[in-house]
Design a binder for this molecule. Structure first.
Ligand code: PRT
Ligand code: ZN
Length: 285
């Protein structure tokens, strides 16, 4: 049977979470010491461990069928891959920053200036769209020190907390792109590989839905069942089970992580007691 090859960052910010995600999808594999390919034992999948910068090109050329990489790297390195699914981790932004003391009112202030970056393609497209002419210095690492050593007036780099910029005396002035890890695929997968991808996506979606949802159990007086049920969105309607103590029932349902605290408050006000909230491992609707 054909296998699907997925490229994952060998070592870095996305490695652990990407491998954990595959494991949560029930895919079993053993990481060998220093080996660059890993075979899954219970799913037709082979993992290629690569530098993140190489992943988009490998997927574009078909050496790998799938890849997990930051959107920032995809846009810089490949034009011709499919973005299949955002994965919700590795979140960051790609921003322009200038020296703290530089007067900055708008992009026009960068006209004729020098900007250091490791992402010349994304930056030049952005400058072109905004009709700014600036000189781009492409450097591969430690971009943030460029202004202090006199190499550039501004930098364009990945930011997450902003503390690196701050430490280097820089201020963030424009966000060019928001990025997170994304599952990408080659544009012309064989029919067999498309079927494997479909299976993988089904599992990924079940894992993602479960992460965003909690299972909730609560005790309610029978007279409040309708009112409290209307607070709980649930998948369908809540399960209601009588408690041994007369006049009370136990309600079971699922709630969205984002609405969690708001719903709990409403439930308490409506008279619910003994509220238990539990994680869900997988969720198939
Ligand atoms: O060795 P390899 O080439 O595979 O790895 P790498 O060193 O190029 O990449 P890595 O592991 O640092 O990052 C992988 C991906 O994680 C990036 O492409 C982004 O999509 C995403 N990501 C999320 C980040 C950050 N957050 C991040 N904070 N990538 C880099 N940074 C760096 C940034 O370059 C800067 O130096 O962290 C610094 C800024 O962090 P703050 O928190 O101080 O703002
Ligand atoms: Zn890299």
């Amino acid at each position: 049977m054909e296998k699907i090859k997925i490229a994952i960052q060998k070592k870095g910010r996305l490695s652990e979470k990407s491998l954990a995600l595959l494991a949560e999808c029930g895919i079993r594999f053993e990481m060998g010491m220093g080996s660059l390919t890993v075979q899954a034992s219970n799913f037709p999948l082979e993992i290629l461990l690569l530098r993140d910068d190489d992943i988009p090109e490998y997927v574009q050329s078909g050496v790998a069928d799938l890849g997990i990489v930051g959107q920032n790297v995809v846009y810089e390195k490949a034009d011709n891959v499919q973005e299949i699914k955002l994965l919700g981790y590795g979140k960051c932004r790609f921003s322009l920053a200038v020296g703290k003391k530089m007067q900055y009112n708008s992009l026009k202030d960068l006209e004729g200036k020098q900007i250091a970056t490791s992402y010349p393609k994304i930056l030049s497209k952005f400058l072109e769209n905004n009709k700014i002419e600036a000189k781009i210095h492409t450097i591969s690492g430690s971009v943030e020190i460029a202004p202090s050593i006199g190499l550039a007036d501004a930098v364009c780099d990945i930011v997450s907390t902003g503390s690196t910029l701050l430490m280097n005396g820089l201020k963030e002035v424009e966000t060019i792109l928001h990025s997170q890890a994304v599952l990408i695929a080659n544009q012309s997968l064989s029919v067999e590989k498309q079927l494997i991808l479909k299976k993988l996506l089904f599992r990924l979606e079940a894992v993602q839905k479960a992460k965003n949802t909690k299972y909730i159990l609560l005790n309610v007086p029978n007279s409040k069942i309708d009112e409290i049920s209307s607070i709980l969105p649930g998948m369908k309607s809540p399960t209601v089970m009588p408690l041994q103590q007369g006049g009370w029932s136990s309600l079971h349902s699922v709630i969205d992580e984002n609405d969690f605290w708001e719903i709990i408050e409403k439930l308490q006000i409506a008279g619910a007691q003994g509220i238990l909230v539990m994680p869900i491992e997988k969720m198939i609707i």
